[in-house]
Design a protein around this ligand. Structure first.
Ligand code: SF4
Length: 351
């Protein structure tokens, strides 16, 4: 296996050129303080995201997957600056947005829009559907009068809603239609980056495929970059070009979609894939049962964070924190058992 050890701070994917890079995230950390006592002293920090790096290119869907609480949604919220990052850098279309003040950030928001998990709570119930979709166009001064009306009608049609529905209010739509409305609002300002935080998980199974196919069509047509957060591996396999697997605030594996599903390298990814149902009758996978619970992100385990549950754990795993290294072209893994040298030498470096 060819192997190239890379600096763990270099965002995976950067060897493929920066010309079309829309989003670059370097060593992103988000630690939430834990307060206690009468004076709300900070007694600890929840390390929700702890040193995450990646890139997303134009027309690419990078999926972030992992169990609940692994930090994947916090990554998306930090990029949108709905959470303030503790450290690290976030660059969107060449502009660093990590510490922009709110006025400057507002202008930048035109380039990145978010689609939320719960379409109902993300839409203002007092505004008509037409007003919800036209609001960003008005706020950014992109259209007014009859042109505004025409643009909103086009957006409704593009996401599969009838323009006559502009007069309706959010409660008059079904869950799938509300998510289409959220997508129309996100597209209104022609963003280049969409941050989609579990956009299908609140929808009925029957409409998930419709909304998923709409997102794929829109990406093809508009060459959007997607950061797609999901816990559903079937969805990820369908929409993702690359997949980053997160565990306890870190990326443990990042690879092309087909490569990751066919040849998972990290024991945690193996276990996740083994637990996913296969839609073909008669085909089963070998089950890998992970021992124990996910450790607390307040006090993550020493060495490899996965060592308390890993079926292949060795004494070194308790001491050495494996960096994310490229073990094959475009395939990055953080595990001591994966070779990094052309001679297959196991990794021994400390991060
Ligand atoms: Fe398992 Fe050790 Fe690899 Fe961590 S470094 S995933 S504990 S084998």
């Amino acid at each position: 296996m060819s192997a190239v050890a890379k600096d763990s701070m270099t965002p995976p994917g950067s060897q493929l050129g920066s010309a079309e890079t829309v989003l670059t995230v370097k060593d992103l950390k988000k630690h939430f303080p834990v307060h206690k006592g009468l004076f709300s002293r900070v007694v600890a920090h929840v390390q929700a995201v702890d040193g995450v790096s990646f890139e997303v290119r134009r027309g690419e869907a990078l999926c972030l997957v992992g169990e609940s609480g692994c930090g994947k949604s916090t990554v998306a919220r930090c990029i949108a600056r709905l959470e303030e990052p503790t450290s690290g850098t976030i660059v969107v279309n060449g502009t660093e947005v990590t510490h922009l003040d709110q006025d400057t950030l507002r202008a930048q928001r035109r380039q990145m829009q978010m689609i939320f998990q719960d379409p109902y709570s993300s839409l203002n119930p007092r505004m008509s559907a037409g007003a919800i979709v036209s609001e960003p166009l008005t706020n950014f001064g992109l259209a007014s009068g009859s042109e505004l009306e025409q643009r909103v009608a086009q957006l409704f049609e593009r996401v599969g809603l009838r323009p006559e529905a502009m007069a309706k209010f959010p409660h008059e739509f079904s869950g799938g239609q509300r998510q289409r409305l959220g997508i129309a609002r996100a597209l209104a300002v022609n963003p280049s980056l969409i941050l989609a935080d579990e956009p299908l998980s609140a929808l009925d199974v029957s409409v998930q495929a419709q909304v998923l196919n709409l997102l794929i069509d829109l990406q093809d047509e508009l060459q959007l970059a997607y950061l797609f957060v999901s816990h559903d591996l079937a969805v990820v396999e369908h929409i993702g070009h690359r997949v980053a697997v997160m565990y306890l605030g870190r990326i443990v594996e990042l690879a092309d979609n087909a490569d990751l599903f066919a040849r998972p390298q990290h024991p945690y990814t193996e276990a996740l894939l083994a637990a996913a149902p296969i839609p073909e009758p008669g085909i089963t996978r070998k089950r890998i049962i992970l021992e124990g619970d996910v450790p607390s992100p307040v006090n993550p385990p020493s060495g490899c964070r996965f060592h308390t549950r890993c079926p292949y754990v060795t004494p070194a795993c308790r001491e050495i924190d494996p960096p994310l290294v490229e073990v094959a072209l475009g395939h990055h893994v953080a595990c001591l058992l994966r070779p990094v040298g052309s001679d297959g030498t196991p990794l021994t470096a400390t991060k």
